[in-house]
Design a protein around this ligand. Structure first.
Ligand code: NAD
Length: 376
């Protein structure tokens, strides 16, 4: 099989879908790998490193013209025009964006969106949401620490004592857990909130405090259980009580990292303008849901501006939308391994491609085939 690895064209995208490590493994399986010139440069991977791993270095059109194309982001129209009808595409393809999937189908591609993989043990090694959210959670704390004008740890010095930073984490999925772990390593005092009850134990095992908002009705309890490990929208009654609890913590917080998402829907609004106003000057909010709010600009906080860092009511709001791209080398290394593991499910021993729909991971990731969108 001829495998192409184009350089990503999306603004600010520094990641690459294959690394010399994964190229070497694909070569050992008998495939040829065509990497676009400078595809890995933004992730500190040189063309020489790919060549040493056995790849060919090619131009843009040749990488996109391969039988199997490995991407980080969904191809733009200009890229789709260079892809062969009947080719296979693997990447993070925004499975909830119907128009985007239609464009893939119209280009005649068999496409697999890795974000759609189920969150099961077998799918863990190819779980791109987890590998990238883990990085985002880490980087969010790093960015907060950089913007915050005080220490994170408690320090006792000859010049006096410095208090530890109070950090509030909203949404404790993969990114939130890593944010807790990272802030803890820096010595912060941490409180966290999530709708899913299973999270309490995980938060406490990392040394943080869970903001308990008890469920009062069967409806609240059922919504909180979610589906497939994901959150569902919570009833307004519970959200009101959560808002009241969170508001108290946010008013005392130095740093808030918010990561709350509901798949296929707008991110829930958890930090109101009044809450921002109640925060101390110099506090920092890093909103990982930036651009995912109902208006496409805000996130868990309506004051967030996607892609920008702004100061409002004396609080710095970081609206970075692609944190993994700021840790390009490791984000690429983990993503490329996810891709390689997924390929094991669709590349037969003789090097041909198959689409075993009886495999739940393959069936979930398949988003276009034979000119049709395959996602309901
Ligand atoms: P996500 O990015 O979809 O959402 C982030 C977090 O926001 C979630 O924890 C969600 O419950 C929370 N949230 C949503 N609405 C909220 C609200 N109003 N207030 C507070 N928090 C809110 O989540 P994710 O990181 O992709 O993780 C989703 C699930 O998948 C989790 O249950 C996780 O444990 C599970 N998971 C399983 C595996 C596996 O078994 N292979 C791997 C990774 C993750």
């Amino acid at each position: 099989m001829q495998i192409g690895v184009p350089r990503e064209r999306a603004a600010g995208e520094t990641r690459v879908a294959a690394t010399p490590e994964t190229v070497k493994k694909l070569k050992a399986q008998g495939h040829s790998v065509q990497v676009e010139r400078e595809a890995g440069l933004a992730a500190s991977i040189t063309d020489e490193a790919y060549l040493a791993a056995g790849a060919d270095i090619v131009e843009h059109a040749a990488a996109l013209g391969a039988d199997l194309v490995l991407k980080v982001r969904r191809p733009e129209a200009e890229e789709l025009a260079l892809m062969k009808s009947g080719a296979t595409l693997v990447g993070m393809l925004d499975p909830f964006d119907r128009a985007g999937l239609q464009a893939l189908a119209a280009a005649g591609l068999t496409s697999f969106a890795l974000e759609a993989a189920p969150r099961t043990s077998r799918a863990q090694s190819m779980d791109v949401l987890s590998s990238q959210a883990n990085i985002a959670g880490y980087k969010a704390v790093m960015m907060a620490a950089e913007r915050y004008q005080r220490f994170f740890p408690m320090l006792m010095t000859a010049a006096g004592t410095v208090k530890a930073a109070r950090v509030v984490i909203l949404g404790v999925g993969v990114a939130g857990l890593q944010a807790i772990a990272t802030a803890k390593r820096l010595g912060a005092v941490i409180e966290a909130s999530d709708v899913r009850p299973a999270v309490k134990e995980q938060v406490e095992s990392l040394g943080a405090k869970f903001i308990d908002v008890p469920y009062e009705t069967q409806e609240e309890r059922e919504a909180a259980e979610g589906v497939g490990g994901y959150a569902r929208p919570m009833p307004p009654s519970w959200l009101d009580r959560q808002r009241a609890e969170v508001a108290k913590r946010v008013a005392q917080a130095d740093v808030v990292i918010s990561t709350a998402l509901i798949p296929g829907r707008a991110a829930p609004q958890l930090i109101s303008e009044d809450m921002v106003r109640s925060m101390k000057p110099g506090s920092v909010i890093v909103d990982l849901a930036a651009g995912r709010g109902a208006d496409g600009v805000g996130g868990n906080c309506p004051l967030t501006e996607a892609g920008r860092t702004v100061v409002k009511h004396g609080v710095t709001l970081v609206g970075e939308t692609n944190l993994p791209a700021l840790v390009a080398a490791d984000a690429s290394a983990l993503y490329a391994r996810n891709v390689l593991d997924f390929l094991k499910l669709v590349l037969a021993k003789d090097g041909t491609l198959s689409v075993p729909l009886d495999d739940d991971i393959v069936a979930a990731c398949l988003v276009s085939q034979g000119g049709e969108v395959k996602r309901s």
